[in-house]
Design a protein around this ligand. Structure first.
Ligand code: FEO
Length: 399
């Protein structure tokens, strides 16, 4: 059965939701599912914007048929070639053999790489090229590395709709509610939007900044991303979040304590520090067990908070592996501009702190407070003063 929504009088959402997939990109847990958005414009010509993941292809094809009625598909704009959006290109070609595909040169190369036969169908476009389909005029704006190199976004100058590819997307299935004003985004969606952005696009902050600059010159009324709600109001709220995330600026002054503990001793020191911070007035404190929290959640939270305390046991003379994995992911995603405090623990050669400091020093614009704490096996009463002064320095550094 088809399931579509109308966005304007001639533009339709024809995507679908996947609530079965456990791991997005086979890495990131998506407990709330994910939507794969695709859009169909009925002008003098019919224009499809991106396809969907293979998992929901049947729904997608039924949706296209329902919206098209007895018309055919004339054009398919491919903004992004990652298979969660591009998997059904060949299926569309098989069903609508006269279709023309509009995409960047790089996207057409990727189509070949993925094995699609598209040779006589492709219209390659460059940054700023435009095409008219009747009433609607589309401008193609390249957006390399948001999130792959072939990416472009498409702007409809007739009605101000921006088809934004992965930009402005979010994890989370759409429970019938397509538009941002049909949900309480700041309460129910922002955490998943942040987790999507930071883990998927987070590495490419400067490229997102370039796109935001280009988008600043357009009169955008509606944003149609490839995942999550369509934005038709309060666009500034979500654009501001992306501006902050892509400049690696924290959203909040607050302390995220991430601890790696084997038997609870390092955790006890983290609890003590959190309590001191709160007693001293810093109440925006969150704590995460690095072994129990999937790294994608840790990354999203690290983009949110200004300060991070890393408390790690020493393991085989190295950093505790789950802690190392988290730090390496932070590094891979190009995270910057955070202030760190370090607690190390070890029974015979505590040196995780020294190794963590070395890794953080390799990252951009990270401040590491200089009062590292070394615990031998467990925190004791004589460690309270140094823990107290760590709490003081964290609070002081927020001023
Ligand atoms: Fe949702 Fe980069 O694909």
């Amino acid at each position: 059965m088809h399931c579509v929504r109308s966005i304007t009088d001639d533009l339709y959402w024809i995507g679908g939701n996947d609530r079965r997939l456990a791991l997005f990109e086979n890495i990131h847990p998506i407990e709330k599912g994910v939507s794969y958005n695709s859009y169909l414009l009925l002008d003098e010509k019919t224009v499809l914007f991106d396809t969907v993941d293979w998992a929901i292809c049947r729904q997608f094809l039924e949706n296209i048929k329902a919206v098209l009625g007895d018309r055919t598909l004339d054009y398919m704009v491919i903004n992004h070639m990652e298979p969660d959006h591009a998997a059904c290109i060949e299926e569309i070609i098989l069903r609508y053999p006269n279709i023309k595909i509009i995409c960047t040169e790089k996207a057409s190369l990727f189509m070949h790489q993925f094995g699609f036969s598209i040779d006589d169908k492709v219209i390659k476009v460059k940054d700023g090229d435009s095409m008219s389909f009747g009433k609607h005029n589309l401008v193609f704006v390249t957006a390399p590395m948001v999130h792959w190199p072939e990416v472009m976004v498409t702007y409809d100058t007739t009605n101000g709709v921006l088809f934004s590819a992965d930009a402005f997307g979010s994890f989370g299935a759409l429970d019938g509610k397509l538009f941002n004003d049909e949900v309480n985004f700041d309460r129910d969606w922002i955490d998943e939007a942040r987790r999507y952005y930071t883990n998927i696009v987070g590495k490419y902050g400067p490229h997102v900044q370039s796109l935001l600059k280009k988008a600043g010159n357009l009169d955008i009324k509606i944003i149609c991303p490839l995942h999550g709600p369509v934005w038709r109001s309060d666009l500034g709220y979500f654009i501001d979040k992306h501006d902050k995330w892509s400049r690696y600026e924290p959203e909040e002054k607050g302390v995220m304590i991430v601890y790696g503990t084997m038997y609870g001793n390092t955790e006890a020191s983290a609890n003590y520090l959190a309590t001191k911070l709160v007693e001293k007035g810093m109440k925006n404190v969150v704590m995460y067990d690095v072994s129990k929290t999937h790294v994608s959640y840790l990354i999203a939270e690290t983009f949110k908070y200004s300060h991070v305390v890393l408390a790690s046991v020493t393991y085989n003379l190295k950093i505790y592996p789950p802690m190392l994995n988290y730090i390496m992911d932070m590094k891979a995603l190009n995270l910057q501009k955070r202030t760190f405090a370090i607690i190390e623990n070890g029974s015979w050669t505590p040196q995780s702190g020294k190794l963590i400091r070395e890794l953080l020093n390799e990252m951009k614009e990270m401040t590491i407070l200089d009062n590292d704490i070394t615990l031998t096996s467990s925190m004791k009463v004589e460690d309270c003063d140094s823990m107290d002064s760590m709490a003081d320095s964290i609070i002081e550094s927020m001023k």
